[in-house]
Design a binder for this molecule. Structure first.
Ligand code: KET
Length: 439
């Protein structure tokens, strides 16, 4: 039978009929229906930042994101960063070529020395391997990915309750379930150290324990050095793997060694650990995404071989994820860390930032006490780093935003860097009213 070839007008009629049938059947002909891809909620913090921008109330206050502001509520380009920037651009060899997969070696080495100290036995014994990442988030992700693929123990990550909200999704996204250990006591507005110790002791042997190296986010409460020592003993006994998130070194106390003390103590104890390091806050390089992931193995005759093997696998992961890391932020950090004069200036800049925050803590506490705001407010000055966990509940935190145009996360966290001599009075009065009006 000869094939029947429809005429072109017949053909276009039938195409139109099929098209209209399809349209009737399903108005949206996608395989990514709402059941398959449900609408996700907006990121709470980036949502708050956008809402703050859109608010035209003159006395609005932004204490949402952990980003430093000067006393005029303006982002601060660190003077040392501005200098490094000039040096980089004046370099006759400046170009935009690809960098190495693991990042520039001098940057990685100095980044490791910064957190571990330049005379760290782990560095001397070549037990460390470091890979440049997309800031701290990328470092946590790289670590998560590495552990998801290679960690032979209990593939569950124990995080503090509460913790930086992003920890949950970074780990679960790579298939590592998250469990919580107690950390913040509502009652004492301080560390629940007994609860924390018990949970870490009871976690199955060889679990992953995530710890904030300093300036815990969101609570601003850190273990004391003696408490860190107790934790190290438990972690060693239980053969856990420590995952330090270090996003605030030098920013918390203004002293780089002091803020790195917990990590350094764990390394001294020969504990195998990993570190996610961010330069967003301490260099004010938020959007430039400079960070590093470090793996530190325990002392052993074949320790440097272990570090080499791990490095080789990290490079494979990096190549498939981002190929090679961005240059600019790391160039700034590299320039400062490798020049003693600039380094000293950076330390001064760190003191300026941490000092202003510490001062605002004092002023805020004094104002609340002066107003006789119900409750105790010593925790504001006891806490350290970028954040204060005010103790305001969710309803109160939302009222701060809705009624008083103060943008803070609903867990009661306040970024102290958002406060200054111009707005702290308004802010304290808003807290005072909310605490009295809303239960
Ligand atoms: N770790 C912790 C504990 C942390 O607070 C942040 C950022 C990061 C890692 C990641 O920072 P990065 O910019 O990727 O280097 N925290 C602030 C910003 C954010 O949520 O992304 C914050 O909590 O406001």
């Amino acid at each position: 039978m000869p094939l029947h070839h429809p005429s072109s007008s017949q053909h276009s009629q039938s195409v139109a009929r099929v098209q209209s049938l399809v349209n009737q059947m399903s108005p949206s002909a996608t395989v990514f229906s709402a059941e398959v891809v449900p609408q996700a909620p907006e990121d709470p913090m980036f949502g708050l930042m956008a809402a703050f921008k859109a608010d035209d109330y003159p006395e609005k206050v932004n204490v949402s994101a952990g980003t430093y502001r000067d006393n005029d509520s303006k982002p601060w380009i660190l003077p040392v960063v501005a200098k490094a920037d000039e040096i980089i651009h004046a370099d006759p060899n400046y170009d935009h070529e690809y960098g190495p997969i693991a990042g520039t070696p001098s940057f990685r080495n100095k980044a490791a020395e910064l957190i571990l100290s330049s005379d760290s036995p782990a560095i001397k014994e070549k037990r460390v391997t470091s890979i440049q990442t997309i800031s701290g988030t990328g470092a946590v992700h790289t670590g998560a990915l590495f552990l998801a693929k290679f960690f032979p123990g209990n593939k569950k990550v124990y995080v503090s309750s509460p913790t930086w909200v992003n920890h949950h999704q970074i780990f679960t996204n790579v298939g590592l379930p998250v469990a919580e250990y107690p950390y913040w006591s509502e009652k004492t507005k301080a560390l629940d150290f007994d609860g924390m110790k018990a949970a870490i002791s009871e976690a199955p042997e060889r679990s992953i324990i995530l710890l904030h190296a300093c300036a815990h986010n969101p609570t601003g409460v850190d273990p004391t050095l003696d408490q860190w020592k107790e934790l190290a003993t438990i972690i060693k006994q239980r053969n856990h793997l420590t995952f330090f998130d270090s996003a605030y070194q030098g920013f918390a106390s203004g002293d780089l060694a002091k803020d790195g003390a917990a990590v350094r103590y764990f390394v001294e104890q020969g504990i195998e650990l990993v570190i996610a390091q961010s330069f967003a806050k301490n260099f004010g390089l938020y959007g430039e995404r400079a960070g590093c992931f470090h793996f530190v193995t325990s002392p052993a005759p074949d320790a440097s071989e272990t570090a080499k093997r791990v490095a080789s696998q990290l490079e494979i992961l990096q190549r498939s994820e981002i190929s090679n890391p961005p240059l600019y932020g790391a160039r700034i950090v590299n320039t400062v860390l490798n020049d003693p004069k600039l380094f000293a200036e950076w330390e001064e800049n760190l003191k300026t930032m941490s000092g202003r925050i510490i001062e605002m803590r004092k002023v805020l506490r004094a104002k609340l006490e002066e107003l006789g705001t119900p409750g105790t407010w010593n925790h504001i000055t006891d806490q350290i780093g970028m954040f204060s966990f005010t103790g305001l509940n969710q309803k109160q935190s939302l009222t701060m935003k809705e009624k008083y145009h103060v943008y803070m996360t609903k867990n009661g966290r306040v970024s102290m860097a958002g406060l200054n001599t111009n707005n702290v009075d308004y802010f304290a009065k808003a807290i005072d009213k909310v605490v009295r009006e809303v239960q």
